[in-house]
Every structure is written in C-alpha cells, then in structure tokens.
Ligand binder design. Structure first.
Ligand code: GRF
Length: 221
C-alpha cells in the first residue's frame, strides 16, 4: 500500500480534519510516545474555525487551512478546492492521507490525481450506519452494539475496503454525545494501530478488498 517505513524514516501522514481534532491529537500523541513508523507532518482543515487547528498548534504540528473561498471571496468549485489540497499535500511530501473527521467527500478525480492511499475512520460498524449521523442512526435503530471502522477511501460515502473494526456497547439511555465519547476511546486506539500495519507493509489492496497479513480483515458485525 505504501513503502515499508521505519521509526527512523516514518511514513509521512497528512491528517485532514474539519472539527474538534481529538482523533488527530490522539494519533500525534501515540506517534510521539511510542516512536511509531508513522508521523504526522501536516494537519489540514477545510474550516478556518475548526478547534482541531488549535490542538495541532499546541502539539507543534504544521497546521493549515484550505478553505472554500477564493481571495476574491467567491466559493470554490470542488475541483479547485481539491487542487489546492493536493498542492499542500505535495508541498509537505505526504505519503498517505488520513481522514479524521473530515466532512467532505473526496472525488474520484482527487483520488486519481493523488495516486496514494487515503484512509478514513468512521464511527460505526460499516457497512451499517454510513454517513454523517452515525451515532444518531445507531441510537434510532435500537442496536446494543456499535463501534468504529477504519477503511480505505474510495469515491463512495464510507464504502471503501475494510481494514479493521472495534466494538463498543450502546447502553439504554445513551445520547449521541455519550456514545461518541465511548466510540472515540476505540477510535483513538485503533487508528494508530492500523497505520502501523500499513507502515510495516502488512496491508495489501486487491481487486476484492484489503488483506492484512494476507487475510481478509474480519468483520465484527
Ligand atoms: C470521529 O468520530 C470520526 O470517526 C468521525 O468524525 C469524528 C471526528 O472527531 N469521522 P474528532 O474531530 O477527531 O474529535
């Protein structure tokens, strides 16, 4: 999926955010504490007001905004915005794009022009509850089991090849915030781990999906 990286020459991750950035922060802290084979070289937000930008600054990670308006105040076309994102990824010599609460769909044209892996973490056990309101949909369904999924990004909405899942219980009376907090504990553990598998060269992409250590990842749902 990528070159095999080492702690000395870690895989260069660009983390794309739109919001609080707690997943990005957990990733950076794990990378630093454990000397992992991946490192965050850039945090990019499409929203200038994303609180995650302050978190990145506090961590001393380069953080930039690629917003949706031109200098003349006009709304950018999607392609124009994605071209600006690509330019920053290349400027920082990123090797993999890690979506962490990035609330935009990336187009097929972006994925082709980027030509390198993009991964995402979604707060449900895909293929159940894709989309922007996973926790709300989980609660409405009445299920007692949820979790998170790390997957390869394709042009669909939360449809790319599964890499790993982790579970979390849904308790009676949970609200979205409670559920989100519980699932994020799993997200913050799982995302650095999956990136380590990728950096170790243990993940292959095939026509039919991803293989980890030569095996199809086991769905937990
Ligand atoms: C996470 O739950 C992630 O799974 C989803 O968006 C949320 C981002 O949270 N894609 P944060 O900005 O990392 O706190």
């Amino acid at each position: 999926m990528t070159r095999v990286a080492t702690p000395e020459e870690p895989l260069r991750c660009a983390v794309l955010i739109s919001g609080s950035g707690s997943g990005m922060e957990a990733l950076v802290l794990a990378q630093r504490a454990r000397g992992l084979r991946h490192r965050t070289v850039l945090v990019l937000s499409n929203r200038p007001d994303a609180p995650g930008l302050q978190r990145a600054e506090a961590l001393d990670v380069p953080a930039e905004v690629v917003g949706h308006y031109t200098a003349a105040g006009e709304r950018m076309q999607r392609e124009q915005h994605e071209t600006a994102v690509l330019e920053r990824l290349k400027a920082f010599d990123a090797e993999i794009v890690v979506l962490a609460g990035y609330m935009r769909l990336l187009s097929a044209s972006f994925l082709e022009r980027w030509g390198r892996p993009v991964i995402n973490i979604h707060p449900s056990l895909l293929p159940h509850f894709p989309g922007a309101h996973a926790h709300r949909d989980v609660l409405a369904s009445g299920t007692s089991l949820t979790g998170c999924t790390v997957h390869v990004v394709d042009e669909g909405m939360d449809t790319g090849a599964l890499l790993a899942q982790a579970c979390a219980p849904v308790f009676a009376g949970d609200d979205e915030a409670q559920l989100s907090r519980r699932v994020k504990v799993e997200e913050h553990r799982l995302y650095p781990e999956v990136l380590t598998w990728i950096a170790e060269g243990r993940v292959q992409l095939t026509e039919t999906g991803a293989l980890v250590d030569g095996q199809a990842p086991r769905r937990v749902c």
